[in-house]
Design a protein around this ligand. Sequence first.
Ligand code: SAM
Length: 266
Amino acid sequence: MENIRAKKSLGQNFLKSRKALEAMVAAGGVSAGDTVLEIGPGQGALTEKLLETGADVIAIEKDDRLIAVLEEKFAEAMRDGALRLVHADVLEEDIAALGLKNHGYKLIANIPYYITGQIFRKFLSGNIQPTKLVMMVQKEIADRIVARDGKESLLSLSVKAYGTPKKIMKVEKENFSPQPKVDSAILLVDDISKDFFDDLDEKRFFGILKAGFAHKRKILAANLKEMAEKRGGKNLSVIFSALPLAAKARAEELSLDDWKKLAVVL
Ligand code: SAM
């Protein structure tokens, strides 16, 4: 493996910390009989820990050089059927074609940070959701996702609409090779479902959320003015006082439930 150069374009920063690897497996509560989808197995550090639990692992890796390394390292697990290696780009892969069922697997991944948002979208708002998602993310992103009490964002609410996020631990950049520029954190999104959207249209909800956060400097009512006008000239001050919401409330001050109430009446 030493003679394979890490590809920057594929975000290859390999995790060296045993503590962090074990924390990812523990955060997912991975045990024998589980099916785990691992994205970006790299040199197999996390794959090895996952296999030790007795779980069945499907690992998707884009780099063909690493596929060769993994095939050699895990020949036995592949023969036993405990590990299935898929050489593909996860963003283009059809999850159903892998045989995964909605809520029938856990997603564990140490992926390049530039695809964090796309992974969230694909696996949280898609129709084949995992039950839990454990992902290494940039530390600031983890902090933004778990933020509450007046510090919500489009990102935090988009995750909370589908599950319960929890920051498991900070992982300093020194724990990766090659060393990235930023610190990381292990993020768990637990209890993933679409229950929040049982009586609420998903598209409509995100439409309102995006409009509400469109202009940072404006108060929420100003951001929603155009949308309210388009929807039959709804009176925002009447709606706000009925909910109730402060007339000058800012988008980041509303909880997920406030947004739901707003989406229902708007
Ligand atoms: N899991 C390993 C670890 O913990 O050391 C490797 C982590 S490294 C940050 C990211 C891995 O994701 C690399 O192996 C890279 O080749 C792979 N990767 C990057 N983009 C990918 C994509 N779109 N689909 C699948 N794998 C990808």
